[in-house]
Ligand binder design. Sequence first.
Ligand code: G6P
Length: 622
Amino acid sequence: MCGIVGYTGSKQAAPILLDGLERLEYRGYDSAGLAVRNGDALAEVVKATGKLYHLADKTDQGRSLPGTCGIGHTRWATHGDPSLVNAHPHVSGNCSGSGSGQVESDVVGVHNGIIENFTELKEKLLRHGYAFYSDTDTEVVVKLVDYYYKKYKIGPVDAITRTMVRVRGSYALALMFKDYPGEIFAARKDSPLIIGTAEDASFLASDVPAILKYTRQVYYIDNLQVARIAPSSVKFYDLNGDEVTLPLTEITWDAAAAERGGFEHFMLKEIHEQPQAARDTLNSLIRDGKIDLTSAGLTDDTLRSFEQIDIVACGSAWHVGMASQYVIEDLTQLPVRVELASEFRYRHLPIRKDTLVIVISQSGETADSLAALRVAKERGAMTLAVVNVVGSTIAREADHVLYTLAGPEIAVATTKAYSAQLVAMDALAVQMAYVLGTISNEQYGHFIEELGAIPDKIRRVLEDKERLQWFSSKIANAHDIFFIGRGLDYAISLEGSLKMKEISYIHSEAYAAGELKHGTISLIEHNTLVIGVLTQSELFEKTISNMVECKSRGAYLMGVTTNGNFTVEDSVNFTVYIPKTDEHFVSSLAVVPLQLLGYYTSVNRGLDVDKPRNLAKSVTVE
Ligand code: G6P
């Protein structure tokens, strides 16, 4: 979703802003823009549709936009089509055209999020003589700030807080005021925003990678707070306009972690980082042969106190929940519900007080997951966030946080964060089972040993990538692909299918293998690819039979199974083997060939692997 950057300091702002926007490209966007101020002069606004290089070309890589204070934006269209006129920054002035150039305006701003009551606010502003040139909710907010700024004449912080009281929805806003050269004002509610500080320069951004090259010192601005940044000062205010103090956090990740490091795409790099992501996450949870969740505030007594687990998430994180459901239920015998956050938040489900609601999220900012977390808290459940981004909103609002240590993930299609979430949830399942007494001491030791071996086994799966590269070249023109499995293999199929469709744009679906006969099998034609996941020994024969049923209707079969199950080759056209592991933890291994298959298919089709069309890394709107 939209990305925001801001810079004020002693250097030229535009190249820094362009560089920051490039690092936020992964969030997904369809147009971009900059507003830069040269001393006291009005802000100069430049916008471009399409890829960021159009904006860089238009501004001679930023050189044609002099000035040391500016804001930048990549827009993922919500209100209004992805056109020049709707691209940000937006201005408060009356202007014709797209709002580019030097428009006589008191306020210019960029925004990430959605203003829900923008129609009502627009009507109010129209009555007060404002005219609108775009279809965006952002132009409405910028003009509302301008309205309060002029009406009360108490200054930018007051105008912004009054606006915050009037708007409903989510926002990260960065604004420049004509009367305040060298300063940027920002506000936030439910959309990510960080403020960075360095010697003689201050920054703001939607995410850390945008500014990591310049500083590691960041403030996580809270919901309903305002920031005022100047080259050598950063101040924060609450909704009353009173100054508040926020802690400064040092970012510890390696800047190289956000670079491609020799790989053709971030996705391929991140696929290869999975052994490390799983190892780091497990190492943070396993000490001296025991699982220790106290860093997440989960003592044995706390873990013993739940009668029900609800897992809530979106996208791949929801698939982690689906896989964990099988593992937790099997090991602990506790009932587990897995819900899509977008459904959960509006479903009025009964939630008992002895329920642990687990929200899984890489970004910690997904709007539906955040809303679901708040619903769960309101209903009195205890909440646990399994989150990758430190300091994100979900991490801050949940009662307990279990951090995955995957490092920054840039490719839109998640891989290493998914893997880190899986092992974190497996460790949680094992520890719960242990304290509940549903597994023995021997089993506990065995599970911990098996978990510890996962990272190296993922590495071994990666060694087989050339065969998948070869196979993907054969399927690059497929129209439909079906992924099937039973039990945990079904959960893995869901993720395999999503990886395929989101980056290769080939239609694919995942089905519980037993459901095929209830409709889907009518879609099988000559050469339709059916990929069966076959790792659960108890269900192996059943799924093979379903695959053979497809084959006899013309399907071409691929199987993913455990080393040693060589009989698969009697029925299946192409087989991928993964190392043997305890069957509870197999998802971490079986998903890897499916990620690689999606990746190579996208590459073979010449697509934008890291930034697939219409998708965003972090979905901060409903
Ligand atoms: C987007 C991403 C997915 C991700 C989902 C949930 O759709 O493209 O990869 O699984 O959001 O995101 P979260 O940050 O909450 O895990």
